[in-house]
Design a protein around this ligand. Structure first.
Ligand code: NZQ
Ligand code: ZN
Length: 391
């Protein structure tokens, strides 16, 4: 295991009706005027937004509203949010929505107290300071409710990039699994896929002797394999939704990623797909993961075989571990298909003729130097072959 530091001070309020605590939690964490940031229509339609504003009014916290965050959130709305926060002297940003809303809120929170262009943070500058952020989560997926990360798409060039820093870890996150019951099945499935991807990105490591985090990851993957189909079959299954919601948080607040190198090549490869086609991030991952894993498997075939045996229940073939490894990857692919995710480029809405564009943006876009690295280093030719495996 490698040396690490881990600082994850988010306060979680989990369970039914917890959104009623939004106002009092903002006060508890020092907010005196809030920006309530939300997405398209779901929070308004479900009545959640009204319950949130009522909670702030009851706690005596004045607020401004800024809605309209779209999935794969854009820089344009972030600039508007920064301007609004400065003008209205806002000192707390409350995100009501999914990963896209939370990431946009984090970008606004960091940009408001920064002299330069907030995009600097998305080209490598670490976020050291930000307004405090709170979240009311409405979809179990991105894990942004417990993570120090934010992913934004810059309209000029459609670059989708991430920024990081403990300053943007939410001060509190309200997780009411019942709020996710209104999700369309496709979004529920995309969320399940993203959670599993966050686990696999950590599982693919070059670090030795990391049994505790290996076992944590395997436990969370087994939970997703058990609960995923139950919630797809019955969207009102509160208990399954609850287990998925907490697994989603644990998958990405890095408690199971400490002390080990991590991959993230699949996420980088997928981000080009959701940037170009505006597809759901999880749907892009369903197509990406099996392709990447098949391509890089031989770098450490025993790691893939271990996942196949421990997570997918495959029999270990000691003479041909690559057979076991491939079997595990195939089970993962079939699982994604079984919950309604796309299986290839065509089902995702991606086009073969765009592969050169995807590869260029991935390997050279916004400061990259011709390759991406994680579990293995992938150059342009590798990335092209991986996108072709998705056809
Ligand atoms: O905009 P509304 O109307 O709210 O609709 C949203 C949106 O269309 C809808 N939705 C959310 N909650 C709902 C609901 N519909 C009905 N009932 C509800 N309760 O779902 C759609 C997707 O929402 P979005 O926030 O985009 O989903 P998700 O949480 O999957 O976030 C995806 C974004 O997070 C980034 C992704 O790249 C993508 O941009 N990621 C962020 C990470 C992080 N900050 O740590 C890590 C992840 O790997 C990921 O990259
Ligand atoms: Zn993700």
């Amino acid at each position: 295991m490698e040396n690490f530091t881990f600082y994850s001070p988010t306060f979680f309020a989990f369970g039914k009706d917890t959104e009623e605590q939004a106002g009092s939690l903002i006060k508890r964490f020092g907010g005196t005027k809030a920006l309530i940031h939300y997405g398209g229509s779901s929070a308004r339609k479900s009545g959640l937004l009204d319950r949130i504003t009522a909670s702030l009014e009851k706690a005596g916290v004045p607020y401004e509203l800024l809605g309209g965050v779209q999935p794969n959130p854009r820089s344009g709305l972030v600039y508007r949010g920064i301007e609004l926060c400065r003008k209205e002297k806002i000192d707390f940003v409350l995100a009501v929505g999914g990963g896209s809303v939370i990431d946009s809120a984090k970008a606004i929170a960091a940009g408001t107290v920064y002299d330069g262009d907030f995009w600097d943070f998305y080209t490598g500058k670490r976020i050291e300071e930000a307004l405090p952020v709170g979240t009311v989560l409405t979809i179990a997926a991105a894990g942004s409710e417990g993570s120090p990360d934010s992913v934004i798409t810059k309209e000029e060039g459609m670059f989708k990039r991430g920024a990081s820093g403990d300053a943007i870890r939410p001060k509190f996150s309200i997780l009411n699994p019942a709020l996710t019951q209104t999700l369309p099945p496709y979004q529920t499935a995309a969320g399940i896929t993203d959670i599993m991807a966050h686990l696999y990105e950590r599982y693919l490591t070059n670090s030795k002797e990391v049994e505790v985090t290996d076992r944590l990851i395997e436990a969370l993957l087994l939970t997703m394999i058990h609960e995923g189909p139950r919630v797809i079959e019955n969207p009102n299954n509160y208990e399954a939704r609850a287990n998925i919601m907490w697994a989603g948080m644990m998958a990405h607040n890095n408690s199971c990623g400490v002390g080990r190198s991590q991959d993230w090549n699949s996420h980088n490869i997928e981000h080009e797909l959701s940037a170009l086609y505006d597809c759901a991030h999880g749907a892009g991952l369903a197509v990406t993961l099996p392709a990447v894993f098949t391509y890089v498997m031989n770098h450490d075939v025993m790691r893939f075989a271990k996942a196949a045996v421990r997570v997918w229940g495959c029999q270990m073939d000691f003479d041909h571990p690559e057979v076991t490894a491939l079997e595990g990857i195939e089970k993962l692919r079939q699982f994604f298909i079984s919950i309604g995710m796309p299986r290839n480029f065509a089902e995702l809405g991606a086009e073969e003729e765009d592969i050169p564009t995807l590869v260029r943006a991935l390997c050279w876009g916004d400061g990259r130097q011709g390759s991406i690295s994680g579990f293995v280093t992938l150059d342009e030719s590798d990335c092209e072959k991986i996108y072709r495996l998705m056809l």
